[in-house]
Design a protein around this ligand. Structure first.
Ligand code: SOE
Length: 385
């Protein structure tokens, strides 16, 4: 095999997502050995020197930085991976693009549409490779759902339904702001469940079922004040704790979406169901290797919901893993995204979702928040192809 090319990564941010991405870079060479590019963990950056050093040792980064600008200034880094809170995405991504770096950005792309548009303008002007980590597209069962839908088996689609339910913020003593709870702070996050959880549902939905044209939403903030870790004071909560919206898709189908962090008993219940004229599909993150499929064309005496255990070598990504019948997990979605990004560098094809694709998701999120605020239907102005 020809000598591999190195893709030298500079990771910024060492939280939960820093770990998932690092695991992805580390696993890819073993399981996707045919790729021409080899990820090299060149540098990792976080403000606290001791903790970033420990992270570098644990995950195998060659060097550390404590200022993200240093990562961007380095000549020995090809791609910048942004895993910091949402309020830093735009500044880092724009600076990285101007420096000619490739960019992999954690979701959501930005806090709002204005920031997201500026990021898209910067990467398109620079012409750099880019992707956004909407990882659930790369669950093999979800990728299989996409293949089934694209094959036309569902026929005309009538309904798309999705939920993303969690329960980790019910306790009013959970603070906002600062390390670990920046998702609770509107300044850092931009929004609550809409940008954090529904953004996943919207990304998957538009990938599977096309553009969302208009939305009508309701949001609620159940705990109105929380202690802010940066000021030490009780402060109003600006995020949406729960959001429900319904919508139209360009293809004429209706969508219904719900997300909350107040669904006691649910830690990360992401589900979707799609009903078409000829067939239906449903998926549940808690049983992520299973795709349920109902086909009206089946012989009547055996017709019913099929439970497809997506572990066969012919099914998406699974030929890369163990042997048929053996499951993989959440972390593999990030391995797949790294592999797809590296492949995109070989082929020159964009690695979806790109910043531009994720701008469309941001448009829907913005319309959802605006609709809830104004108690009215909002057009998304999504451009989906
Ligand atoms: C929030 O709790 C969170 O970690 C999201 O930020 C992730 O994007 C989602 O995949 C799981 O839940």
């Amino acid at each position: 095999m020809a000598t591999k090319k190195d893709l030298r990564i500079g990771l910024i941010g060492t939280g939960f997502m820093g770990r998932t991405h690092s695991n992805g870079y580390n696993r890819v060479p073993n399981f996707f050995p045919d790729l021409q590019y080899n990820p090299v963990l060149q540098a990792v950056c976080s403000r606290n020197e001791a903790s970033v050093r420990a992270f570098a040792d644990q995950w195998g980064y060659k060097s550390i930085e404590t200022d993200w600008r240093a990562i961007i200034a380095r000549d020995d880094i090809d791609a910048v991976d942004i895993c910091t809170p949402n309020d830093t995405h735009a500044e880092i991504a724009i600076a990285a693009a101007e420096a000619g770096k490739m960019i992999l950005c954690e979701k959501p792309l930005a806090r709002n549409l204005t920031e997201a548009q500026a990021m898209v303008d910067a990467i398109e002007k620079a012409g750099v490779a880019n992707t956004v980590w909407y990882n659930y597209r790369r669950v093999p069962a979800v990728t299989l759902a996409k293949q089934i839908i694209d094959s036309g088996k569902l026929g005309k689609i009538f309904h798309y339904r999705a939920n993303f339910l969690q329960d980790w913020t019910i306790n009013a003593n959970v603070p906002q702001g600062g390390t670990g709870t920046w998702r609770m702070d509107v300044e850092a996050a931009g929004s609550g469940v809409t940008g954090d959880l529904l953004a996943h549902c919207i990304d998957t939905a538009m990938w599977l079922n096309g553009g969302i044209t208009d939305v009508s939403a309701v949001t609620e903030t159940f705990v109105k004040e929380r202690m802010h870790q940066l000021t030490g004071k009780m402060q109003p909560v600006g995020i949406d704790d729960a959001c429900i919206f319904h919508c139209h898709f360009e293809n004429g189908s209706l969508g219904l979406f719900e997300s909350t962090r107040y669904a006691r008993g649910h830690k990360a219940l992401y589900t979707f169901e799609i009903n078409g004229e000829n067939a239906s599909i449903r998926w549940d993150l808690h049983d992520l290797n299973r795709l349920e499929y109902f086909d009206y064309a089946d012989d009547g005496i055996v017709r019913g919901w099929r439970s497809i255990h997506v572990t066969d070598g012919d099914q998406p990504y699974m030929g890369k893993w163990w042997v048929p019948g053996l499951s993989i997990g959440y972390e593999h979605t990030f391995v797949h995204q790294v592999a797809d990004f590296l492949k995109s560098l070989e082929t020159g094809e964009p690695c979806q979702p790109t910043f531009r694709d994720s701008l469309e998701t941001q448009k829907v999120c913005e319309a959802v928040i605006e609709s809830a605020k104004t108690r009215s239907w909002k057009d998304t102005n999504v451009e989906w192809n």
